[in-house]
Ligand binder design. Structure first.
Ligand code: 13P
Length: 413
């Protein structure tokens, strides 16, 4: 085994990195815990770096006085690509039961082949690549090919779109928190991520859900879900994969926009507390939250300006400016509502510290899926409709969308 090279004694390290000596002591304790060999010599300590002259910051997070955290180059490059101007993310990661439900509602049979046909339709739609920086896939899609035999993730990367993957394994009731759910899938996540990387996957997604009732989410639910999201994000970053952190406060119910505001704020506060505790690099993640809306059974409706004001209020109070991008989920809003609301945020808050973009599934796909209806002859029309929705949201991402633009929309025949 390589004995590595030593670095300076503790006082020297503290001076060199401008940190307190106690920080160096604690950091060295962490190195020992992480089984990095650390040798003591005389009064000082030095660290075995296994032959590589690597900066001490690469082993642990030292909050250097008056300095910023170093962002891993891989994460930084992925974030750079995901946040390219005028683009957003398509979520095409519906699990088998979810896509089957969506197909069934339109009378489409759900088989491996129909799912392949449908996702090929989306990924080969000419022109959509101008407005998409990434697509989130479901695991099954990773192993599928387009009609010409190209692997579907490769179809995306050839068009300059990054491939991402949903890595959570769905929800289960959270014990001792009646009504709350918790998401599963942390076991073996590292190994799965390593396998996904061989397919060219650069980012991942994990969703926690929070239903609103008079009692839910509970304090326990909020804390437990945040902890899981942070653990997932830390594991992804360790593998050089950008985590999309998705805490979704559900639209279901008759609650008011104020109640959604209250719950969304509490959820985001807990999520960022947990991300901080787990030392997740905020600069290397994507936040995918819900917009702040009244429940879908509420009698009061909120227009784009109200939604934008309430959503930005919650975000400003709870999301550090170090987070580079916020890509909203659509959460059951109508496709045009999701566009109008995103547009209002960008029009009203052009100086928000984050990119405000989209990572929609239903709001981008629903009209196209309906137009396709499972029939090969409808593919060109469905692709046009899909491209139109993607373009509308790309405009909304810059506050440049107007309702009139929808009138020029292609219609299915
Ligand atoms: P919707 O946009 O349909 O809410 O889906 C986003 C998503 O990725 C859910 O996890």
């Amino acid at each position: 085994m390589d004995r590595g090279r030593g670095v300076a004694r503790r006082p020297k390290l503290a001076a060199r990195y401008r940190v307190w000596i106690a920080t160096i002591r604690a950091a060295i304790g962490e190195l020992v815990a992480a089984t990095v060999r650390v040798r003591k010599q005389g009064k000082g300590t030095f660290v075995s770096l296994h032959g590589q002259q690597r900066n001490i910051y690469q082993f642990f997070h030292v909050n250097r006085r008056n300095a910023t955290m170093r962002i891993d180059d891989t994460l930084k490059a992925t974030i750079g690509e995901l946040t390219r101007p005028g683009k957003g993310i398509l979520a095409a990661d519906e699990s088998q039961p979810t896509i089957t439900k969506r197909f069934k509602a339109l009378g489409i049979e759900s088989t491996e082949e129909t799912r392949r046909n449908y996702r090929s339709l989306l990924f080969t739609a000419q022109g959509a690549e101008k407005y998409l920086s990434g697509v989130i896939l479901f695991e099954e899609t990773l192993g599928q090919n387009s009609d010409d035999g190209t692997a579907l993730p490769e179809v995306l990367t050839r068009r300059g779109i990054l491939a991402g993957i949903k890595v959570d394994k769905g929800t289960t009731p959270l014990p001792n928190a009646p009504g709350d759910l918790i998401t599963q899938g942390l076991d073996g996540l590292t190994e799965r991520l390593q396998a996904y990387k061989t397919h060219g996957v650069r980012f991942a997604k994990w969703r926690e859900v929070y239903g609103i009732t008079d009692r839910n989410p509970t304090a326990l639910g909020i804390k437990a879900n945040a902890e899981v999201l942070a653990r997932y994000a830390a594991i992804c970053q360790q593998e050089g994969i950008v985590p999309i952190v998705e805490p979704e406060v559900l639209i279901d119910g008759d609650h008011s926009i104020e109640r959604c505001h209250e719950v969304s704020g509490a959820v985001l506060h807990a999520v960022f507390d947990a991300l901080h505790r787990h030392r997740v690099i905020l600069e290397g993640m994507v936040l995918k939250p819900n917009m702040v809306l009244p429940g879908n059974k509420s009698l009061s409706k909120a227009g784009p300006e109200e939604v934008a004001t309430a959503t930005l209020d919650v975000l400003r109070r709870n999301v550090p400016a170090a987070v580079p991008t916020i890509n909203f989920l659509s959460g059951g809003q109508g496709p045009e509502d999701a566009t109008a609301n995103l547009n209002a945020m960008n029009a009203m808050y052009p100086r928000a510290p984050w990119v405000l973009s989209f990572s929609y599934a239903r709001a981008l796909q629903d009209p196209a899926m309906r137009a396709w209806g499972g029939r090969a002859e409808n593919v060109p029309a469905a692709q046009k409709i899909f491209c139109h929705r993607v373009r509308m949201n790309a405009l909304a991402r810059d506050g440049k969308w107007t309702p009139e633009m929808e009138r020029a929309a292609p219609v299915a025949t």
